[in-house]
Design a protein around this ligand. Structure first.
Ligand SMILES: Cc1cc2nc3c(=O)[nH]c(=O)nc-3n(C[C@H](O)[C@H](O)[C@H](O)COP(=O)(O)OP(=O)(O)OC[C@H]3O[C@@H](n4cnc5c(N)ncnc54)[C@H](O)[C@@H]3O)c2cc1C
Length: 427
């Protein structure tokens, strides 16, 4: 059965979330507005406001809802999570207040899946409790979309691994307690078999942050994305997360979920942009009538709503597929599809919203400029659009068969001839 309804009990939770995010989380966005702010455990003022809000979310049973009950979550599944993330996506701080902020969500998942008991005790519980933040350090300055060019190595020396190399755009490294670092451990085999993942405490000697890059619009040098040089960083043998050579299996386990969650939050951002458009359309007049009376503006609003409606259903359908119990890998086609759509739909809607606001739209007095950059980020982080389009196409091409004859199987003359033969003498 296809069913698009939300059960009333869960709807009341969503209603509570909507109100709570608007009243309690959105003010934090105004006071601490930079991408890194919600990860800065050392910011006492921000934490003093955030902590009681997190406790309230826990009391409501809505904390870390991406997790199954074995890890302290509700085990709601992806469809419910999608509906929740739409609401959380409207605010920078809301995912942190609800214990579902990336990249900690994905990092917690791989710790739960691949970590030893000791690793879990040291990092997983404090991560799940929101007491520490973590960093995922994989991309290198010379290439992110092509892991084949990765150079950061870990070499075994006695009971230790020694890490040397550089990583780029390691988000939140400056606030993190632990860095999850992908290193080449066997350069003689393809990278997909020769890389391993390590848990590196952030205060280990040799972990040198060269600079903290921000995204456009943030204060220069005070961003959240670290350029790190690992210089003779020594970690014990048991710092390995998962097996030696299993680095990509670990990476894939976190990236699938992460892409889906980003798409869910993007729905919320697009809804916000459309609300801004419609409010503007009924508030601003030009040449004697409201913007909303102009056909071109109606076109912007209609196109945006239609694209969002399609995208939202695509996200919910992908969430539903994952809830059917298939692994992320089995839904690769659908996840890559929503990853591509997230960036495009977000960009197109925000672009129209900016345009409708005129100069105000591009100014730093509206959130739209930041949303526009965020749409660009969506097309790059967790892999560029082009790569995910390749995944979509390759999945479809795998199912395709070459035409049997000279002409395509849809060739009308050939089909008509076959139909004539089938019903010879009957028509
Ligand atoms: C906001 C943000 C946060 C991030 N956080 C992290 C993090 O926490 N940890 C981490 O390790 N990394 C992180 N990254 C890095 C991200 O994973 C990489 O930026 C991404 O994988 C692309 O790598 P690149 O930037 O080196 O671009 P490149 O690999 O140089 O690609 C540049 C462009 O080349 C084109 N291109 C690349 N490959 C192909 C292809 N196969 N076919 C056609 N065209 C192609 C695309 O247009 C692509 O955008 C983050 C990035 C952003 C923007």
């Amino acid at each position: 059965m296809w069913d698009f309804s939300t059960d009333p009990e869960f709807q009341s939770k969503l209603d509570w979330m909507k109100e709570f995010v608007r009243k309690e989380c959105e003010p934090l966005d105004m006071l601490f507005p930079h991408a890194g702010d919600c990860y800065d455990i050392g910011n006492k003022k921000a934490r003093a406001i955030a902590r009681p809000l997190m406790e309230e979310v826990k009391r409501q049973g809505l904390w870390a809802c991406h997790l199954g009950p074995e890890l302290g979550g509700q085990g709601y599944g992806q469809v419910k999570l999608a509906l929740m993330n739409e609401i959380l996506g409207r605010s920078l701080w809301a995912p942190t207040i609800f214990g579902t902020a990336a990249p900690d969500t994905g990092n917690a998942e791989i710790l739960a899946m691949f970590g030893t008991e000791e690793q879990k005790q040291r990092y997983l519980q404090p991560l799940l409790d929101g007491d520490i933040v973590s960093c995922y350090s994989m991309t290198e300055p010379q290439g992110g979309a092509d892991p084949g060019v990765f150079e950061c190595t870990a070499v075994r020396e006695g009971n230790e691994w020694v890490i040397n190399g550089e990583k780029w755009f390691s988000s939140n490294a400056r606030y993190a307690e632990v860095l999850i670092v992908m290193c080449v451990t066997n350069p003689d085999v393809p990278i997909y078999k020769g890389a391993s993942m390590f848990l590196v405490p952030a205060d280990t000697p040799g972990v040198n942050i060269l600079r903290n890059t921000g995204v456009h619009g943030e204060p220069v040098g005070e961003g959240a994305h670290a350029y790190i040089r690992y210089e003779n960083v020594r970690v014990p043998a048991d710092a390995l997360l998962g097996e030696e050579g299993q680095g990509f299996a670990v990476a894939q386990a976190r990236l699938g979920g992460g892409r889906v969650h980003h798409a869910m939050r993007t729905v919320g951002q697009c809804q916000l942009a459309i609300e801004m458009m419609t409010e503007r359309a009924v508030s601003r007049s030009t040449k004697g009538s409201l913007l909303g009376d102009k056909q071109a503006v109606q076109g912007y609003i209609a196109d945006s709503w239609i694209e969002l409606q399609q995208f939202r259903l695509q996200v919910l359908h992908t969430a539903w597929l994952i809830d059917q119990g298939h692994e992320y890998k089995a839904n690769q086609l659908y996840i890559a599809g929503i990853k591509v759509a997230s960036a495009k739909v977000f960009h197109d809607i925000v672009q129209r919203a900016i345009h409708m606001h005129g100069a105000l739209g591009v100014s730093d007095e509206m959130p739209l400029g930041h949303m526009w950059i965020y749409a660009a980020m969506m097309g790059i982080m967790d892999g560029p659009t082009e790569v995910h389009k390749g995944t979509v196409a390759k999945n479809l091409l795998k199912q395709a068969r070459p035409a049997e004859g000279m002409f395509p199987s849809a060739h009308l003359l050939t089909r008509r001839e076959a139909a004539r033969r089938k019903y010879e003498g009957m028509y």
